[in-house]
Design a protein around this ligand. Structure first.
Ligand SMILES: CC(=O)SCCNC(=O)CCNC(=O)[C@H](O)C(C)(C)COP(=O)(O)OP(=O)(O)OC[C@H]1O[C@@H](n2cnc3c(N)ncnc32)[C@H](O)[C@@H]1OP(=O)(O)O
Ligand SMILES: O=CC(=O)O
Ligand SMILES: [Mg+2]
Length: 550
């Protein structure tokens, strides 16, 4: 058996009758048309990213573009926010797993962001099952039987509004070849989801609008323009009104903070705001300044929203969104419920409340929660601090933030570096990668949520400290990070991981492979752009079957 593919398409992933209902000839034709129309634009945008990287590596700094001052200073607004998504006080996020989708839609959150990105390991199985699950969720037929607990999951009458986050522009889909090249991952994610669901979604969820998306990891408004053109192309194909599709863009790269107006402008007919993707943003700070030894980060735990550059980013995002009439969404606190320790659980909840209170008082219109158990606390904070309105778009203009300048957004974070920081990065990075290689893209580690974005911080921070021989200045020991020290740390942390997870799990898991990958990435002379891009080859599984052309 093989997939029925259009001319020029080769499916190299496993055949499954369920997957073939997603990978229909017409759906693949839709994805192929997108790929053919936009591939050169995407290649050009990636080339521009490489050029910008060279500029920063040669000492340049990201900043506002004088050529687009007219957009930043112009009086324009985005299309009005659809009623269906006016209230986004709490949004839950999670990978596109069947049980989690049902739990998230039933969670009481206003929105569920179903994730093909930071929270998902993009194996063929995960991706294709994800599409099956989303199709069933949108048509409301989704159920799940937990055999072990003999529990059946199904949707409540009232559910969260569904947003879908496709992968970033940089990731290929190696199981689908189009005209001899791997397809662009995000066009596959977007195309298959849109093709199968736009009609049901608009009827059931969108009140005439939709589908809704989150767009990750952009660095420049030209990437937003490609998305806008993809949306218009899809709307024309479906025969639905321009502006039906709506998307929230994550501002989670340092270059993009200087492009917020420009990104909204490109997407002004399709925008429902911006979101503070704080974890990737920290990763991007290190990546952007990989050639700047004067900008070494302190320990990861010290780089929070209270740092001047992080607060400035969130304040400017709120001001920009509200000036343009759309939502300014807050980000993810990494704490998750701690079941076996009530005092620690209380402390984690307190940290979350504090973070959410800062967000709502700053003017954010909603926030993210990683776990259903956190929704009541987050909802309380937002409800109690937003006066009788579904959002603060028109009441919190944050005019003061318009004074923020480039130095505010680039200011180096304050704090110290410690041996424990190096150790924690190492054991978290390795354990996360070990999970990712075996199919889990978001995991609980040491009572925190870890996903691709948080793991990236561990990787690039180790790389930066090694590259520049950073002094661990918070221990009082004056030790400098070098290959010898790192080698010992890796050995000791691997032993600790083995003790913690147990010999059996350690042996069966992919800890050694993860360790090789992670240490290779931390010690490479030239920083890899993305952890998951390098690791992706390890999860590509080709099944050589002939694709039939009927
Ligand atoms: C930086 C960023 O990009 S953030 C966005 C990307 N990251 C994410 O989306 C992370 C989402 N969160 C998660 O994946 C999970 O909460 C984890 C991995 C952090 C923790 O997972 P676990 O330890 O398995 O959670 P736990 O055992 O407490 O789960 C309890 C119940 O809540 C459910 N649950 C936990 N998190 C979620 C979620 N995000 N969405 C839906 N249901 C969830 C579980 O399915 C489980 O359901 P059950 O009782 O019916 O079996
Ligand atoms: O995607 C969110 C982030 O914080 O990264
Ligand atoms: Mg992210």
């Amino acid at each position: 058996m093989g997939y029925d593919v259009p001319e020029g398409v080769d499916i190299r992933g496993r055949y499954d009758p369920e997957f073939s209902k997603i990978l229909t000839r017409n759906a693949l034709q839709f994805v192929t048309d997108l790929q053919r129309e936009f591939r050169n634009h995407i290649k050009y945008a990636m080339e521009c990213r490489r050029e910008a990287k060279m500029r920063y590596n040669n000492g340049g700094l990201p900043g506002f573009d004088p050529a687009t001052k007219y957009i930043r200073e112009g009086e324009w607004v985005c299309a009005p926010v659809p009623q269906a998504v006016a209230d986004r006080r709490v949004e839950i996020t999670g990978p596109v797993e069947r049980k989690m989708i049902i739990n998230a839609l039933n969670s009481g959150a206003k929105v569920f962001m179903a994730d093909f990105e930071d929270a998902l390991s993009p194996s063929w199985e995960n991706l294709m099952k994800g599409h099956v699950n989303l199709r069933d969720a949108v048509s409301r037929t989704i159920t799940f039987h937990d055999q072990a607990r003999n529990k059946v999951y199904k949707l409540n009458d009232e559910t969260a509004k569904l947003f879908v986050r496709p992968r970033g522009w940089h990731l290929p889909e190696a199981h689908i070849f189009i005209d001899g090249e791997p397809a662009t991952g995000c066009l596959v994610d977007f195309g298959l989801y849109f093709f199968h669901n736009y009609a049901n979604f608009r009827k059931a969820q969108g009140q005439g609008f939709g589908p809704f998306f989150y767009l990750p990891k952009m660095e420049h408004s030209r990437e937003g323009r490609i998305w806008n053109n993809v949306f218009e192309r899809a709307e024309r194909w479906a025969g639905i009104e321009k502006g039906s599709i709506r998307a929230t863009v994550l501002i989670e790269t340092l270059p993009a903070v200087f492009q917020m107006n420009e990104i909204l402008y490109e997407l002004r007919d399709h925008s429902v705001g911006l979101n503070c993707g704080r974890w990737d943003y920290i990763f991007s700070y290190v990546k952007t300044f990989q050639g700047h030894p004067d900008r070494l980060l302190p320990d990861r735990v010290q780089v929070g929203m209270a740092q001047h550059f992080m607060r400035s980013y969130s304040d400017l995002l709120i001001h920009t969104c509200h000036k343009r009439g759309v939502h300014a969404m807050g980000g993810m606190a990494a704490q998750i419920p701690i079941r076996d320790d009530p005092a620690a659980n209380q402390a984690a909840l307190e940290l979350i409340r504090k973070d959410k209170l800062r967000e709502v008082k700053a003017g954010h219109d909603g926030t993210w929660a990683a776990h259903p158990g956190l929704i009541p606390a987050c909802m309380d904070v937002f409800t109690n601090n937003m006066v009788n309105a579904p959002n603060q778009i028109h009441s919190m203009k944050r005019q003061d933030a318009s004074e923020l300048i480039e130095e505010d957004l680039l200011q180096s974070p304050r704090g110290v570096r410690t041996m424990e920081g190096l150790r924690l990065n190492t054991r978290v990075g390795i354990q996360y990668l070990a999970a990712w290689l075996t199919g889990a893209g978001s995991v609980p580690l040491y009572n925190l949520m870890e996903d691709a974005a948080t793991a990236e911080i561990s990787r690039v921070q180790n790389w930066q400290w090694l590259k520049y021989g950073a002094e661990l200045n918070g221990d009082g020991l004056g030790v400098k990070v070098n290959l010898d020290l790192f080698g010992r740390v890796v050995e000791e942390e691997m032993a600790r991981i083995e003790r913690e997870v147990g010999k059996e799990k350690f042996k069966k898991g992919m800890y050694k492979e993860a360790c090789n990958l992670f240490t290779g990435q931390c010690t490479t002379p030239v920083l890899d752009d993305f952890l998951t891009l390098d690791a992706y080859n390890n999860i590509v599984m080709y099944h050589r079957i002939e694709s039939s052309r009927l």
